[in-house]
Write a protein that binds this ligand. Structure first.
Ligand SMILES: [Zn+2]
Ligand SMILES: [Zn+2]
Length: 177
């Protein structure tokens, strides 16, 4: 859905849009939308700026930082965003952004794609790091076993198959003495 400034100048737009999983590209193999993303919002032109106000929700599958198992995060966010046109002769500066408390973005040309706005907001809403459970034991750095599900084979050296040849050598050496 393209939010065209010329159309918004005529009337406020009511948005009810569903993005199926896969229709928004999050550019990451570790971020997977697993449920439809529902957006309910209004878009309007306010003193030359595009204002998008509303909310969205979906479920995103991430990867546990410790054990790499999938973790589903519920993502819902209320938004009230302003997008100003990028001035033709000057690039927006940090100072200009600081002048105002409201979060402000920029659009170029005729308007902006709602999917781009939503993608950015989903990424902002996601935690930097997720853990499947607070006491996730993670993976064994040696054998890669998921310690939540199985006992690590490295913990007991006697049963570690990689140690067996060494043990045999030692036995042979002892017999020869
Ligand atoms: Zn985990
Ligand atoms: Zn191990």
């Amino acid at each position: 859905m393209f939010l065209d400034v010329k159309e918004l100048a005529v009337r406020k737009l009511r948005i009810r849009k569903t993005y199926a999983p896969g229709s928004i590209d999050f550019h990451s193999a570790e971020i997977k939308q697993v449920e439809p993303l529902e957006v309910t919002a209004t878009a309007e032109l306010l003193e030359g700026q595009i204002r998008i106000e509303g909310n969205f929700e979906t479920k995103i599958e991430l990867v546990c930082a410790r054990c790499l198992e999938p973790v589903v995060e519920e993502v819902s966010r209320t938004i009230d965003l302003f997008y100003a046109p990028i001035p033709k002769d000057e690039k927006p500066t940090i100072d200009r952004l600081k002048d105002d408390d409201t979060e402000i973005g920029f659009y170029e040309g005729e308007g902006l794609f709602l999917a781009d706005v939503i993608k950015e907001q989903v990424l902002l809403a996601l935690p930097l790091k997720v853990i499947c459970q607070s006491d996730c034991r993670g993976l064994c750095p040696n054998c890669g076993a998921n310690l939540n599900h199985e006992e690590c084979r490295c913990e007991t050296h006697a049963t570690d198959p990689r140690m067996a040849p060494l043990a045999r050598l030692k036995q042979d050496w002892l017999k020869k003495q």
